[in-house]
Design a protein around this ligand. Structure first.
Ligand code: ADP
Ligand code: MG
Length: 383
């Protein structure tokens, strides 16, 4: 999706009022009736008529004709616009450059601050995937259902920002967060390659232990990344050190499936190193031991994030949303293997399950069985 920041300067104050009115109306209307836009904006009827026309032409809102009444809906473009405008007003965002990433649930742009420094804008796009499953299953959205893509995308951005801030303050290798507005965050640009693109490293063992150390430090601080893989680990172009990104799915070590998430993060790294660098080690962190050790005098970042404003309720909502979407994906498509280029001789060692266990006890048992007796076998293949 194209972002046009030059537009940020050229919206009239009346257009802005109308756009904001559509956003506010969207909170409890799937399609916001013109009369409500008039009412919220406090502008004259005739004026609003013209203004919605010009906003629709710029794709910031779209006209919907439904059986009961006609009205308007905020588009992704309109929501992007409002977020970027807020940042631009605060002078954290000055101009927009190129898109560098497009995920299933986010768009990433290189942008610039007022001094012309490159920074990164991440726009969350939850709800690109349909909401059918959630609507059927959950009622927590209540009246918000109609605006759920906006709401969930905003929650994801708020959560990611809250975590990034606390992690950065505690010297974790993460980008410096700069600002957050609606469904977007601004952060430091890292001059790096995703680990996914790295075909060779001078010392795989060193990188491996650095990455495992980060998992351990996270857990000792009460956190699990939850999506710790070669896509979310960047390798700094100059220093070669890893930087971790992408935090909307982070969970606390007191989460009911914490051990499962922890083990999956560890396994992702082990599997990747085996495949890509032919590197294996018998040393890898264990959940219980890690958490027990941190029990003595460890600090709890999960608690601190909650205290900072991103509460338990929001966390739960986002988590349920993410789980529902994953469930829906599993239901609606056969899983296509993204790693088609990776020849894998050790399929057995993979953690095949992509979802947390319903039966936690059972899953712990499986994990322990999987690793029983393996601890002694030091193998560093390729030697
Ligand atoms: P998603 O949730 O879509 O996976 P990510 O936060 O993982 O989004 O970012 C997607 C990609 O964008 C990353 O793999 C990386 O290439 C790039 N990227 C994200 N954040 C930064 C950053 N701060 N600096 C440099 N590149 C980044
Ligand atoms: Mg990612």
């Amino acid at each position: 999706m194209k972002l046009d920041a030059t537009d940020l300067r050229y919206i009239t104050s009346d257009e802005f009022r109308v756009l904001t009115a559509v956003e506010m109306g969207s909170k409890n209307h799937e399609v916001v009736p013109l009369s409500l836009i008039v009412q919220i904006s406090g502008l004259r009827n005739g004026g609003v008529n013209k203004l919605v026309g010009s906003l629709a032409k710029r794709n910031l809102i779209s006209r919907m004709q439904n059986a009961k009444y006609d009205g308007y809906r905020l588009t992704y473009g309109g929501y992007d616009y409002l977020a970027m405008r807020a940042m631009s007003r605060r002078d954290t965002l000055h101009s927009v450059g190129n898109q560098i990433g497009v995920g299933k649930e986010s768009d990433i742009y290189v942008v610039a601050d007022a001094e012309g420094n490159e920074i990164v804008l991440k726009l969350h796009r939850l709800g690109r995937v349909s909401f059918r499953a959630i609507k059927e299953k959950r009622d927590y959205l209540g009246k918000r259902k109609s605006a759920s893509w906006m709401y969930m995308s905003r929650l994801a951005a708020e959560k990611e920002y809250a975590f990034m801030k606390i992690l950065h303050e505690h010297n974790f290798p993460v980008p410096r967060p700069i600002d957050q507005a609606r469904h977007t965050i601004l952060m430091e640009f890292i001059d790096a390659y995703p680990l996914r693109q790295v075909s060779e490293v001078a010392n795989p063992g060193k990188l491996y232990s650095e990455l495992m150390d980060v998992i351990v430090r996270f857990a000792q601080a009460g956190l699990i990344h939850g999506d710790y893989n070669e896509f979310n680990i960047l390798i700094h172009r100059e220093t070669g050190s890893p930087i971790v990104i992408d935090f909307p799915q982070m969970v606390s070590t007191s989460h009911e499936n914490a051990e499962w998430y922890f083990n999956r993060d560890v396994e992702c790294i082990r599997t990747f190193f085996k495949r890509r660098f032919r590197y294996e080690s018998s040393l890898y962190p264990r959940f219980r031991k890690t958490v027990e050790e941190s029990g003595k005098g460890g600090f709890k970042l999960d608690v601190m994030v909650e205290a900072s404003g991103f509460g338990r309720k929001e966390m739960k909502m986002l988590e349920e949303y993410m789980e529902s979407v994953k469930q829906e994906e599993r239901d609606s498509e056969e899983y296509s293997d993204e790693d088609e280029e990776d020849e894998d001789e050790d399929e057995d060692d993979d953690v095949a399950e992509n979802e947390p266990p319903a039966d936690k006890e059972g899953a712990d048992r499986n994990f322990e069985e999987r690793y029983a007796g393996q601890e002694e076998a030091i193998t560093k293949s390729g030697q």
